[in-house]
Design a protein around this ligand. Structure first.
Ligand code: DC
Length: 227
């Protein structure tokens, strides 16, 4: 097994920014598992499938092949062979991903694929259940979070940078709704793994968080070499 870093946490905690930066510094592969749930959410929205129906979503799984293409060092999510990176970052798709990710069969398929991708590579993987389910033996697990208001402000800034405007209260409401859904679902809810390091990034900059994780990773890797 390679050196695995699992980063979990609620929506908008900065997981992907931090995980990407840490992976790049370490020369590790970075996998954003949320993108796979988003691709499936997009599939259901496009096909007009009732995402509130577990039966309907489960029945369509055989028609939705979700995969990752890592060539060129950037993760591309493929939905039945189509690169859907440009369509999955909307609030609507995020919410659909959160809904379909509640279902057992959905998780079984995607978790298996994520474990296969991880294989024996050195990897940084982020999501909701990485430290608890996907990579339970990861050498470093981080539970990354921040206050709802801070997460909403960060999201608003991201939206503004891409030329969009959004009401802060609306964003806060979306974040709270998605948190509640991800934390209270029956299958693999968002919880901190007992051996994960808890990190509240509300008052930290991106580089402070990245450095903190890199230091932890270096320490754990050195410990691994001594064993
Ligand atoms: O990280 P994200 O916002 O792109 O994830 C979108 C949704 O996908 C999230 O609200 C819950 C689900 N998800 C999951 O259940 N398990 C993961 N490992 C990653 C995401």
């Amino acid at each position: 097994m390679g050196f695995q870093i699992a980063i979990d946490g609620p929506a908008g905690a900065g997981k992907s920014t931090i995980a990407k930066a840490a992976a790049s510094e370490l020369g590790f592969v970075y996998i954003d598992t949320g993108a796979m749930y988003r691709a499936l959410g997009l599939f259901c929205l496009r096909k007009g499938i009732n995402i509130q129906s577990e039966e309907d979503v489960t029945a369509c799984l055989q028609d939705a092949e979700v995969d990752l293409d890592m060539s060129g060092g950037i993760q591309h999510v493929l939905l039945n062979g189509e690169d859907v990176n440009g369509y999955i970052r909307t609030e609507e798709v995020g919410m659909a991903a959160s809904v379909v990710s509640r279902y057992k069969e959905v998780r079984a398929g995607l978790v298996g694929r994520q474990q296969k991708i991880a294989g024996s590579q050195n990897i940084v993987m982020d999501g909701r259940d990485i430290g608890t389910v996907v990579l339970p033996d990861a050498q470093l697990k981080i539970f990354l979070t921040a206050g709802v208001h801070v997460r909403a402000l960060r999201r608003q800034k991201d939206l503004e940078m891409s030329g969009k405007t959004a009401d802060l209260k609306e964003i806060e409401k979306d974040i709270e709704e998605r948190d509640l859904q991800d934390r209270t679902r029956k299958e693999s809810p968002l919880v901190q793994a007992p051996d994960a390091v808890y990190l509240d990034t509300s008052d930290m900059t991106i580089s402070e968080v990245t450095d903190y994780i890199l230091n932890l990773a270096e320490t754990r890797m050195a410990q691994g070499r001594e064993l």
